[in-house]
Design a protein around this ligand. Structure first.
Ligand SMILES: [Zn+2]
Ligand SMILES: [Zn+2]
Length: 362
């Protein structure tokens, strides 16, 4: 496979130039590293809010795409997590970058060989507009890796409104993509998934933010997204409805108030009951078990970046743990989880030395 990307080691993950010809420039602040993996994929709470409109409600950031992704094997074990952004200077959408033929993800699946799940957490639904064809690329990718499942969670719908010139294209393409159900689901972000997303991909977030109830503006947008995507695709999305609360400071209690309603029984197995996740020491009122990931790095943190071009994780390679305390202050309970895992990680680390492979760029 001729790769079009270049991969570099960062301190806490990898930085990927999705196209070798991309260079730093004044127009695109993200250039040239539009894919970042491992802990490099985390963004500040401010950037998270600006892109996703969480917790205060939709922001519709003009021309700014942010997608977080998780790649897991068939047992639901994490292989990689990462971030993809669109390129403003070259006008390339994030999905287009991620699902590019012979691109980074293609190479990851090709070399890894046993990817069961890809989950996207995107601030916009994918498009299929002229010059981008994001959904077509995703569709072709899924045809190529026919055992891999794709679940998309989004916070805002992209160009599907009646007055949008590309609405018909985008709606039809979303319908085609969703027709691959049950391998593919397209769902609004909602309820506990928001907190999971924040936990896995944001940094500098206070612990209390994970227990904040969903604010009315956000809950209402999520609900509206659920009906619209259902209308467009004909498939009921995974969605947990939370009735808007009048006093945001009050702790919610779904069990007692009966506010919570799950609209679908299609909760992906790898999101609902995953044995690799330990229980989050959350409030009694939380109805969805809040999964705490084993914070993992794709590779041991490097003292300084170096050009490795390819160091995709190979089967049998074990990740290093991530010190959650450096991202979430006062996260004492969470640190205990991480320390427990360190025993396993250190033991396994010795086994991985032989299996690591690095290849030069072509
Ligand atoms: Zn760029
Ligand atoms: Zn697009």
């Amino acid at each position: 496979m001729e790769n079009v990307f270049q991969e570099f080691a960062g301190y806490h993950g990898t930085l990927v130039k999705p196209y070798y010809w991309l260079e730093p420039n004044q127009t695109c602040t993200k250039c040239p590293y539009h894919i970042k993996t491992g802990e490099e994929s985390r963004v500040t709470y401010g950037e998270f809010y600006e892109a996703f409109g969480f917790p205060y409600g939709p922001t519709m950031p003009e021309n700014k795409q942010l997608i977080f992704y998780e790649v897991k094997d068939f047992s639901g074990t994490n292989i990689q997590k990462g971030q993809v952004t669109n390129c403003i200077s070259s006008n390339i959408h994030a999905e287009s970058i991620l699902f590019e033929d012979s691109g980074y993800l293609d190479a990851l699946l090709y070399h890894h060989g046993s990817v069961g799940y890809i989950t996207l957490y995107a601030n916009y639904t994918p498009c299929n507009e002229y010059g981008h064809y994001c959904i077509s690329k995703m569709y072709n990718f899924l045809l190529k890796y026919e055992d891999t499942r794709l679940d998309i969670y989004f916070s805002q719908l992209y160009h599907v409104e009646e007055d949008s010139p590309a609405a018909a294209w985008n709606r039809q393409a979303l319908r085609s993509l969703a027709s691959l159900w049950p391998r593919v689901t397209v769902n609004p972000l909602s309820d506990g998934i928001w907190q999971t997303l924040l936990y896995n991909f944001a940094k500098g977030v206070s612990l209390s933010a994970f227990y904040e109830p969903i604010l009315p503006a956000r809950a209402s947008a999520d609900s509206s997204n659920a009906s619209t995507i259902h209308l467009i695709t004909g498939f009921k999305p995974y969605f947990v409805e939370v009735s808007p609360i009048s006093k945001p400071q009050e702790p919610r209690n779904h069990h007692e108030s009966g506010m919570l309603k799950t609209h679908s029984n299609m909760v992906p197995k790898h999101l609902s009951g995953n044995s690799q996740y330990s229980a989050f020491p959350g409030p009694q009122t939380s109805i969805i078990p809040f999964p705490v990931p084993r914070f993992q790095l794709q590779q041991a943190a490097m003292s300084k970046p170096r050009n490795v071009v390819r160091h995709l994780k190979m089967p049998g390679q074990v990740d290093n743990e991530f010190d959650v305390g450096s991202f979430i202050p006062n996260a004492k309970e969470i640190n205990e989880v991480v320390i427990t895992e360190k025993v396993v990680t250190d033991k396994d680390k010795e086994e991985k030395g032989n299996s690591r492979k690095k290849k030069k760029a072509k």
